[in-house]
Design a protein around this ligand. Sequence first.
Ligand code: IPD
Ligand code: CA
Length: 274
Amino acid sequence: MNEDRATPAQLLAIAEAVVAPAAAQVAELRAGAAREVSTKSTETDVVTAADRAVERQLVAELRRRRPTDAVFGEEYGAGGDPAGAGGSGVRWLLDPIDGTVNYLYGIPWYAVSIAAEVDGEVVAGVVRNAATGDQWSASAGHGAWREGRRLRGSTETRLGHALVATGFGYQPARRAYQAEVLARLLPQVRDVRRLGAAALDLCLAAEGTVDVFYERGLQPWDHAAGGLIAAEAGLTVAGLDGAPGDGEMFIAAPPALFGPLHDRLRELAAAAGP
Ligand code: IPD
Ligand code: CA
């Protein structure tokens, strides 16, 4: 046990210190680097030079401040990098640009997402919209916040009146299945939104701008910060059948809506398929 272990509030302060310059870098690089497009898993999974540059900068900043923490980012993973070898128990999860397709097209809905885990549990997270500067944050036990306003989620209690945010993976077969599930859910809810950045979707659910969020196939860096922000806003954040929210299924909903949404997704076999 490391006696100098950082508190959630201290880790959040570091996340907040590094997220603003990272978001500014994302915005600055957009005009040039966004054109240097290459692809990852499929032709629609764009990754830009900006993703990579921002992640490199974030890793360097975090390593400078906390040299013995592990760092795990979307573009480089642990990157063959010994940053995490020091055994502090802290691991940072980074998405330099969540909403890469929006970034590519200039739709102002993309974010830098930074979370800190201690012994595998997310205890601090910040998500900053790089186009607008809007920022959401949370640390374990201290609530979720947006610009000094405490977030408490939606007060809606009827699934039929719920505005549902969700997203799609990049693999064509998975997308097709997800679209089928959504087509069957749509008549039973108020409407759906596919805004293109899961981290921001989770922040909208945390503040009640949408009522619920679910998605299959998210990666840890997609949901780590936003999931904590939603949970600290009082939402139930979980997967199906008592499982934790993860790549199989990630649901964030106010307690009154979680059960109905969970049961509907289960009936629709939303976590099955490719
Ligand atoms: C994607 C976005 C999108 C979600 C995908 C993610 P990226 O992340 O969060 O909203 O539906 O599952 O992969 O590729 O923009 O970082
Ligand atoms: Ca990304």
